[in-house]
Design a protein around this ligand. Structure first.
Ligand code: UDX
Length: 433
């Protein structure tokens, strides 16, 4: 099937490449020429496991192309995925400008029926707004459907190819049939395709992400109780998570959630509840607990080190989570900023996110970036772990002790073995243990 994908960011590129991988003929349109040559030459501008290989093999097969020509993109197919950004605006609502711009552009260029698919996360009933915009421009028949993405960064390609479920909100039999064809390579493998009305599909995305955020804030709230009472959140999480009704995922206590989705979607849902005059207390509390994790961690470091000014602190982990170079809403941004302001000398290391992070907090004065995690530890007064990269799980503790000035470790993700830290005589601080 011929498919147009508009947007070549995390969501757009993964969607386009994976749809090509299962046999569709895909044209991926982007607004500017930035990275266009790279994409055409098989170089993915984002770091995502397996994406480059899949992009290259589908370029070779001639199943994917890139363009900045909207007219060509609209002409190419009757099925158009909207995968542009919906960032938070100042109020916390989803900013839909790019979605509306694409809708207008499709309406202006279309000469026959089109099915527009909201893949980007948009608040409930956005489809009605799109319909209104398009109807004011064209008389040609079109439909708007919702097919939210559930891609988790770092695993996006795997998530797309092996979905827990594919959610589709449609308003007609015609649209339903189109989706059955698009996702036939998945349903034939047994992956569930759930149809609903469009508004429900729009809500499913927010309800899922907000639930994950609530789960994380909930376990972090319990971690505080563990810390005060001498209990250990590791045991508590495990004991709670073994109940199949609860499940063991998203029960890792620590510095809380960051990234481009959970914070933004919780914010947007808070605003939606406000708009419909519904009580948003649970969501507001979830957000508050999450923000407090970063503040508490920073204060714990300050308290333990007594005077931070003039001390050298090594940071391991800048990305908002492992296996990505994304630093959006990352706990590291707030924590590093605060430590910088307090006068500490900071040595930063992350396997993937150094470049993105240095754009936000450049290498100057007291800030230095390192290519090697051990090198970053030389003469350091404290090691602060912010992201749970696999390579931080079992480091050479003897080497670390030798390199550091003082053996202080602040583990914001509870990835080191508490008993081992005591055995090796580190001053070890973790969260809720
Ligand atoms: C999320 C959703 O998982 C995905 O389905 C949706 O499409 C987009 O948003 P993503 O933002 O890529 O994906 O990351 P995710 O793996 O969900 O992690 C989000 C944040 O929560 C990270 O900062 C992570 O460190 C944190 N987290 C996760 C915890 O603090 N504890 C946990 O137990 C799990």
């Amino acid at each position: 099937m011929k498919i147009t994908v508009i947007g070549a960011g995390y969501v757009g590129l993964v969607t386009a490449v994976c749809l090509a991988e299962v046999g569709h003929e895909v044209l991926c349109a982007k607004k500017t020429t930035r990275n266009l040559d790279k994409l055409r030459n098989g170089i993915s501008p984002i770091y995502e496991l397996g994406l480059t290989e899949m992009l290259q093999s589908n370029l070779k097969r001639g199943r994917i192309e890139f363009t900045t020509d909207m007219e060509k993109a609209v002409e190419f197919s009757d099925v158009i995925f909207i995968c542009v950004g919906t960032p938070s605006n100042q109020k916390g609502e989803a900013d839909l400008d790019q979605v509306f711009e694409v809708s207008r552009s499709v309406a202006e260029h279309m000469d026959r029926y089109k099915l527009l698919i909201e893949k980007s996360t948009v608040p409930v009933n956005t489809h009605q707004k799109i319909e209104k915009i398009m109807s004011s421009i064209t008389d040609i028949e079109f439909e708007v459907a919702s097919n939210p993405e559930f891609l988790s960064e770092g695993n996006s390609v795997h998530n797309f190819m092996h979905p827990h479920r594919i959610v589709v909100g449609v308003a007609s039999e015609r649209a339903r049939k189109i989706f059955q064809e698009i996702y036939e390579p998945f349903t034939s493998e047994g992956y569930p395709l759930l149809f609903s009305d469009v508004a429900s599909a729009e809500i499913i995305k927010y309800a899922s992400n907000a639930f994950l955020a609530i789960k994380i804030s909930y376990i972090n709230m319990i971690a505080d109780l563990c810390e005060k009472t001498g209990a250990n959140i590791d045991y508590v999480s495990r004991g709670v998570g073994l109940d199949h009704r609860i499940g063991d995922k998203f029960l890792d206590a620590g510095l809380g959630y960051g990234g481009s989705c959970l914070p933004k979607d919780v914010n947007a849902l808070i605003e939606t509840y406000q708009e419909y005059q519904l009580d948003n207390g649970l969501l507001v509390e979830t957000r508050k607990i999450n923000q407090q994790r970063r503040e508490k961690f920073y204060e714990d470091i300050m308290e333990a080190l007594e005077k931070v000014d003039g001390k050298t602190i090594t940071i391991w982990g800048l990305a908002f989570k492992p296996n990505t170079d994304d630093i959006r809403a990352a706990p590291a941004v707030d924590i590093v900023q605060k430590l910088k302001e307090s006068g500490a000398k900071l040595k930063l290391y992350d396997p993937q996110a150094k470049e993105n992070f240095s754009r936000k907090i450049p290498e100057e004065g007291n800030i230095t970036y390192y290519q090697d995690k051990y090198e970053a530890l030389e003469d350091s007064d404290a090691l602060v772990i912010i992201t749970d990269w696999k390579e931080f799980e079992e480091p050479d503790m003897d080497k670390i002790k030798e390199l550091m000035n003082s053996p202080n470790i602040f583990d914001g993700r509870n990835i080191l073995d508490k008993e081992l830290m005591a055995q090796k005589e580190f001053n070890y601080y973790s969260m809720g243990r």
